[in-house]
Design a protein around this ligand. Structure first.
Ligand code: HEC
Length: 215
């Protein structure tokens, strides 16, 4: 019985289109994904540190409905979404190494940013496992991104899913406050997820998801 199962897996793997993917192009796409990951985090961090912080000092700041408020700017996560929409819009559809980037979470506050497919759910499980199997200080977790190649719209694509943690206190305080809102509790129960999540510092809060087409 065991042998049949193993044989089935071997056939499934060798007959899969993934087998045709050149390791070199996977390496290149992974390097692109890493650079995009770093850049998006640096951009968000500088936006928070230089723009939002300054505006707060001046008596304004960042708010989700900033478009209706004089002197306020979008939240850092919304800023990332704006960048990701722009990145998507300005790249030719058939460009080599075309990439997309976005934020995800099981505890998403934006209804469009939940886990969207099997890859993202597997990525989330991988990150949760890394956290659960770590017995030391959460801050020291050597996070490994979850990656996979997959055919999307007929193109071999590298998919990359890396941990976004509550690295500074405001991440945790703000998200915990949102978790108490009736609208979010309703969203959690509709999604079949426990409501009342309370994040700790340095805990997994979400993920950066990146897709890069292999040339
Ligand atoms: C002032 C409140 C606030 C702070 C501070 C904040 N967030 Fe968020 N975060 C939000 C809101 C609101 C959204 C949803 C924004 C939208 O509408 O797209 C969000 C979205 C996200 C998402 C995407 C998934 C989702 O919930 O839609 C991630 C991941 C995330 N935040 C992580 C973080 C991390 C990590 C930090 C700290 C570095 C942080 N947040 C700081 C309020 C906050």
């Amino acid at each position: 019985m065991k042998r049949i199962t193993l044989l089935t897996i071997v056939i499934a793997l060798t007959s899969s289109p993934l087998h045709a993917v050149e390791p070199a192009s996977v390496d290149k796409a992974t390097a692109v994904a890493k650079a995009v990951d770093l850049m998006i985090r640096a951009t968000r961090s500088m936006y928070t540190g230089k723009v939002v912080k300054k505006l707060k000092k001046d008596g304004k700041g960042a708010k989700q409905n900033s478009h209706k408020l004089k002197g306020f700017v979008p939240l850092p996560a919304q800023f990332v979404t704006h960048i990701s929409e722009k990145v998507d819009a300005i790249q030719p559809k058939d460009a080599k190494g075309r990439f997309t980037v976005g934020l995800r979470s099981l505890w998403n506050l934006n209804p469009n940013q939940g886990l969207q497919d099997d890859f993202e759910r597997a990525g989330w499980d991988s990150l949760v496992n890394q956290q659960n199997s770590w017995s030391g200080d959460l801050k020291a977790i050597p996070w490994r991104p979850y990656t996979q190649t997959e055919t999307i719209d007929g193109k071999e694509t590298l998919r990359y899913f890396s941990a976004d943690v509550g690295s500074v206190a405001p991440c945790v305080t703000c998200h915990n406050a949102w978790e108490k809102r009736a609208s979010i509790k309703k969203q959690r129960s509709a999604d079949g997820i426990d409501s009342g999540k309370v994040f700790k510092m340095d805990e997994l809060m979400g993920a950066v998801v990146i897709n890069v087409t292999l040339d």
